[in-house]
Design a protein around this ligand. Structure first.
Ligand code: CU
Length: 157
């Protein structure tokens, strides 16, 4: 009986553990809205640091724009403003969401149209971790993964 109990605990631990390998940074749910050439576009994604050491997102690059910056949006005097920031700290085991109204990776002066249903790739640069190439899907709204609890039809700022 006791042995059975231990087995159940072990199974529960296995189920609750994250599926990817430890000691790594994972990127989920990367998306960008359809945008015309010459404009700017904000890339949203979720960063998950599975390692036991802190890291930092220090920049990004892409073939669709020469100028790519990390930005943070915030309300100032009832107006949504965005500022360039140098880096995004990522503590050990931390998950950070880059999402509408907050952090994003800004593609400045697009060299091509971003067409709904297609995807682009963006390379993320970290202080410690090697570069991560992210496939960014071109979507009207946040992809349906974990965080679709909001009602639809409300445009994000
Ligand atoms: Cu921006």
């Amino acid at each position: 009986m006791k042995r059975y109990f231990v087995l159940v605990i072990a199974l529960l631990l296995t189920l609750s553990a994250c599926s990817s390998s430890p000691g790594d940074i994972e990127v989920h749910n990367a998306w960008v809205r359809p945008t015309a050439k010459g404009e700017n576009a904000a890339v949203y994604l979720t960063l998950h640091n599975h390692s036991s050491t802190a890291d930092e997102l220090i920049g990004a690059s892409s073939t669709v724009a020469d100028n790519v910056e990390i930005h943070e949006s915030m309300m100032e005097n009832d107006v949504m403003q965005m500022h360039r920031i140098d880096s995004v700290p990522l503590a050990a085991d931390e998950e950070i969401m880059l999402e509408p109204g907050g952090l994003h990776v800004m593609l400045i002066d697009l060299k091509q149209d971003l067409v709904l249903g297609e995807h682009i790739s963006v390379v993320l640069h970290f202080k410690n971790h090697e570069d991560i190439v992210v496939e960014v899907h071109i979507e009207d709204q946040m992809p349906d993964e974990n965080h679709m609890h909001e009602e639809s039809g409300t445009p994000h700022p």
